[in-house]
Ligand binder design. Sequence first.
Ligand code: 0O2
Length: 267
Amino acid sequence: MEIRLWREILAPYELAVDELVVKFNHIIEEFRNVGEYSPIELVTGRVKTISSILEKAQKKNISLDDIEKEIDDIAGIRIICQFVEDIYKVADIIRKRSDMEVKAEQDYIKNRKNSGYRSYHMNVYYDVETLKGTKRIQVEIQIRTLAMNFWATIEHSLQYKYKQNIPEHIRERLTSAAEAVLILDREMSEVRDEIMDAQQSFTMKANIVADILTNIQNLYKVANKQDVIRIQDEFFKIYQEGDNEKLEKFSKDLDLISQRYRAQSLR
Ligand code: 0O2
């Protein structure tokens, strides 16, 4: 097949990956905007390279005409979570979406592969709009923890280096590293609530401070300058005390002051 034709075939896959990365990043933002912990830590996406598609087709005896039907990971999304529990929450979010239809799921966490590989895979259908109309794209979504991703990335590079024949002594090291990753994920889950609390209060504080600063900035346009400077000084004092409850109360009071000024300026 000509390179030009490959580009045409792969273009809708590029679009699907770009759109999905935006959508998953938006989920992170939605959680953080309401001061909630996001089960998604980060998202990446890629379209398989032509050489990698050809290699897989050859390995699995797939004819060029059947590539789009038979290779379901031409478009790939990787979702990285902090904790194993988050992976199942993300899978639930995906199942409930109306823009993705789940075709298959593989839980390589409960049933890890012989290599030691752990990850949750979801194969979904996703529609993209092109000049030729709607095109249904198969996308593979891999959901894993930061630790699982670390192991899989290194193992994948070694598989590539040794062309699937990793020497026995390295294989043994990888197996024990996989075991260490499993233990690390378990240990982290044990302190999950505490870590989540700390991260949530950090996000909440950041949101409150951002609200206060926006309010102060807007007050400069409508209120007496001396009053705003006084409010600003009060904010710095409370901020330095480091008491989140006081900061929250200050933010609520400031909301009321801002509303009053806004109402006055509309009269
Ligand atoms: P790439 O370069 O990541 O795209 P299979 O026939 O079992 O090898 P299949 O049927 O496509 O593969 O499905 P499977 O097993 O769910 O694997 C899909 C993808 O999961 C792989 O894509 C890898 O990204 C990842 N994966 C699966 N097993 C392993 C493993 O043992 N180690 C690592 N590091 N990753 C794995 P590709 O096409 O292999 O490669």
